[in-house]
Design a protein around this ligand. Structure first.
Ligand SMILES: NC(=O)C1=CN([C@@H]2O[C@H](COP(=O)(O)OP(=O)(O)OC[C@H]3O[C@@H](n4cnc5c(N)ncnc54)[C@H](OP(=O)(O)O)[C@@H]3O)[C@@H](O)[C@H]2O)C=CC1
Ligand SMILES: CC(C)(CO)C(=O)C(=O)O
Length: 304
């Protein structure tokens, strides 16, 4: 499948770069600044396994060359509105769109812009960032994507699976992608709330008095919200959340890393919407609400 990655940052650059390395037909839609970096350095991936460089094809909004079979959307939530405009010429009657964003609001945006027959769901699990040179750094052994049609069934799933599979990461087609996205949301909202509120990794939080209890209370609120919203986390997802919130490892969230670098954060799309779900169902969530307030103060100060 002719595949377009929209965004060549930490997630898009990583998964798209790995697929390009595996010989798949990958193009990146990027903005001119990122294109200049990729032209100069190539797309470099630094990981615990070593460093690789690929030189993928790039286009910009001004040079989108007709419809693609598959579009993988990998921008931050605050960049979504413009990205939907820029990628529109790449969407044809048979295009499948797989988003990697955290949260859920982008699904409504995608369905509204391109229709339910094109908008699929997607999740990614990775700890990745861009370094000062613009290279992609994967910080742990975790690198997994999941994707699937919102209603669970679509004959194009095997083709999309082939297009999104390489040797280098875990690639999981799913018939339960909406549930998968909710479970990821519960996980990320908890991780982001804990790490941004304490301005510390999960390991550092758990080494401090009260740290384990702090994480457990956040997890309990997040799980209660998902249950009230009709998406109770399955046993494996609950276990993964509890295990990660009790880790002694220096685990962080992308929102924490962005905050520590003074960058914009996805507070509204991840914690704001999640807390609003809780309020809609009368689920008390004092810890998550405090985390959202904290992030909103950061965002307001940053905006000046
Ligand atoms: N990083 C991580 O470890 C994880 C992140 N996620 C989620 O994945 C999503 C993407 O995050 P991440 O990859 O980290 O973000 P990054 O900021 O690293 O990358 C986003 C990229 O999108 C590009 N972009 C923005 N707007 C456009 C546009 N209109 N056209 C083309 N490119 C555009 C930016 O380009 P430019 O350089 O021009 O600004 C940037 O390179 C987020 O929702 C995040 O929460 C999920 C799991 C893990
Ligand atoms: C869940 C986690 C921490 C890893 O994929 C994440 O999504 C993020 O950091 O944004």
């Amino acid at each position: 499948m002719r595949t377009l990655f929209v965004g060549a940052g930490a997630t898009g650059g990583y998964f798209g770069g790995r697929l390009a390395q595996a010989g798949k037909d990958i193009t990146f839609l990027v903005r001119p600044g990122r294109q200049a970096v990729l032209d100069r350095r190539g797309l470099r991936i630094k990981s615990p396994d070593g460093e690789t460089v690929v030189r993928p094809r790039t286009i910009t909004a001004a040079t989108v060359d007709g419809p693609y079979d598959l579009v993988v959307l990998a921008v931050k939530s605050y960049a979504l509105e413009q990205a939907l405009i820029d990628m529109a010429p790449a969407i044809g009657p048979g295009t499948v769109i797989v988003p990697l964003l955290n949260g859920m609001r982008h699904i409504d945006e995608l369905v509204g812009a391109f229709g339910p027959e094109r908008a699929w769901g997607g999740v990614c699990m990775i700890l990745a960032t861009l370094d000062a040179d613009g290279d992609i750094v994967r910080m742990s052994g975790l690198h997994r994507i999941g994707y699937g049609p919102l209603d669970g069934e679509d004959e194009r799933l095997p083709e999309v699976t082939y297009a999104l599979s390489g040797e280098e990461f875990d690639s999981n087609p799913s018939h339960t992608i909406v549930q998968d996205m909710w479970e990821k949301w519960v996980f990320l909202a908890s991780m982001a709330a804990a790490t941004t509120m304490m301005r510390a990794s999960v390991g550092d939080i758990n080494a401090a008095p009260g740290g384990l209890d702090f994480g457990a209370r956040i997890a309990a609120e997040a799980l209660a919200i998902a249950t009230a919203a009709g998406h109770p986390a399955r046993a494996g997802a609950v276990a993964m959340l509890q295990r990660n919130l009790a880790t002694t490892e220096p685990m962080t969230s992308s929102m924490y890393r962005d905050m520590m670098q003074g960058l914009p954060v996805e507070a509204d799309a991840i914690l704001g919407d999640f807390v609003a779900e809780g309020a809609k169902h009368d689920v008390p969530a004092p810890m998550l609400s405090a985390a959202y307030t904290n992030l909103s103060i950061y965002a307001a100060k940053r905006a000046g």
